[in-house]
Design a protein around this ligand. Structure first.
Ligand code: PHE
Length: 468
């Protein structure tokens, strides 16, 4: 039965897939802005602290759970103890909810990429509208938004249904190197633009707060950094348990646990250096979220003249690579659950069928997000989330990123650190003669430091969503 699940063909394949999961929209539209608006360099230090004391640690815990059990989150957690199965369920639910809005945003990116592509050939890609007007028109066009969302699902379906090695590993093997190449190309181009250094001033110095109109608040910076880190590294919801379950026993988990968050952080910083210098050089103001990725960037590329069409098309291609490589890990978490649980019941379901069912469920969740028009439909049923959060996307995000992921991260650490014990984890990491790199560090973190820091995040993040 084990063989039916598939596996990565090499450690590099695994590392690229895990990096693909981690590097996504979170890096592109969250990190750079949050860094600028929360103090610049001090924020980077706080962020790195969370990466080291929580990110690396939870990454290692998840990969160890996954590889030791060889199962997706629900079955993996229940193998550690029947009563822990709900932690795995949090993961499956988070993955499904996140995909409910993530897919819509990747869909937007397709529309923008096509827009700039056809402009290279002289046609008008955005009906002559500026960034704000086009974004309003596009998000209001439910048919188009749904269509591009479906395109995203179809692509993800084919990749995930293709299997671990022939689908997921193959896509990331091309997508992730391509992503870094495009990122570097855009960065080089940006530095030819006059005034681009302002973008670095925004990101790395306290000037960013002045421009964003925010003040440095240590607590705020901590919770922003922590929430961002978990989401960005795809932690606390079982993506790394799932990918870890396909990793060969001879590979070194504790080493991988350092590499993946490090690559994710580099990508986040590079993303900022690809985005903000251009934004400032073209006289646009920085922003966060969909406004940055679509309105601001659209205006930025438009004001570059013809070259902007090429850079714009490349940029949205980059967003698509980053998005799809994350989306397929979300789809894999829930699909793997169906595959594993049906096999456990003695009625194994084919991968194609399982992925088809999961894609269907995720799409059902995504359609209301399309119809809600980022709050434009005026449903307003989420007002309880507080100011600034007024759409269904925020609600999905709150339940997954704000509640289930931090809770999942704390519980996984506690179950492993206190329930099973560090020898249990070391035993898996040291199989086939591997070294448990920095075991002392991991022991103190898994048992004390990480849960304490994460609990802090969970409480303060939840409070911030309701406006406290
Ligand atoms: N890490 C992804 C990003 O930064 C989002 C994600 C979260 C993907 C959880 C998978 C699991 O955009």
């Amino acid at each position: 039965m084990e063989n039916n699940r598939g596996s990565f063909s090499s450690n590099l394949g695994f590392v690229l897939a895990a990096m693909g999961s981690a590097i996504g929209l979170g890096n592109l539209w969250g990190f750079p802005y949050k860094m600028g608006a929360n103090g610049g360099f001090p924020f980077l230090i706080i962020y790195l602290t969370f990466v080291i004391f929580c990110g690396v640690v939870v990454m290692c815990v998840e990969m160890a759970i996954g590889r030791k059990t060889g199962k997706s989150p629900v079955l993996a957690m229940s193998q550690l103890g029947k009563k822990y199965a709900f932690v795995g369920w949090f993961g499956v639910l988070s993955a499904t909810l996140i995909m409910g809005f993530y897919s819509v945003l990747i869909g937007y990116s397709f529309r923008y990429m096509f827009g700039f592509l056809i402009q290279i050939f002289g046609a008008s890609g955005f009906g002559g509208m500026d960034g704000g007007a086009f974004f309003g028109a596009y998000t209001g066009n439910i048919g188009a938004v749904v269509g591009y969302t479906i395109l995203t699902f179809v692509l993800c379906y084919f990749i995930v249904a293709g299997g671990i090695e022939k689908g997921i590993e193959k896509f990331n093997g091309i997508g992730i190197p391509a992503l870094f190449v495009i990122l570097i190309a855009i960065i080089i181009y940006n530095f030819t633009l006059e005034g681009s250094e302002q973008g670095l001033v925004f990101m790395f110095t306290s000037k960013g707060m002045e421009i964003a109109g925010t003040e440095f608040n240590f607590l705020n910076a901590c919770r922003t950094a922590a929430g961002q880190m978990l989401f960005s590294c795809s932690l606390g919801m079982g993506a790394m348990i799932t990918y870890g379950s396909y990793l060969d026993k001879k590979e070194n988990i504790s080493k991988n646990a350092w590499i993946i968050p490090a690559a994710d952080t580099c990508a986040a910083i590079l993303a900022g250096v690809a985005i903000f210098p251009a934004v400032f050089a073209q006289g646009q103001s920085p922003n966060a979220g969909p406004g940055l990725l679509f309105i601001t960037m659209h205006n930025t590329f438009t004001s570059m003249g013809f070259a902007g069409n090429i850079v714009g098309a490349l940029f949205y291609l980059l967003v698509i690579f980053a998005g799809i490589s994350s989306a397929i890990s979300l789809m894999e978490v829930s699909s793997a659950h169906l595959i594993d649980s049906s096999a456990a019941k003695g009625k194994p379901m084919s991968r194609k069928k399982a992925v088809g069912i999961i894609a269907g469920i995720m799409m059902v969740l995504a359609i209301p997000v399309c119809i809600d028009k980022l709050g434009g439909a005026g449903w307003g049923i989420y007002q309880f989330l507080g100011e600034g959060s007024k759409d269904l996307l925020d609600l999905y995000d709150f339940v997954s990123e704000g509640v289930m992921m931090p809770l999942g991260a704390v519980l996984m650490c506690l179950v492993v650190g206190w329930g099973k014990g560090m020898d249990w984890m070391a035993d898996e990491i040291e199989t086939q003669g591997n070294k448990f790199v920095t075991r002392g560090f991991f022991t103190v973190c898994v048992k004390y430091i990480t849960p304490a820091m994460m609990l802090f995040v969970l409480i303060s993040l939840a409070l911030s969503y309701v406006g406290l």
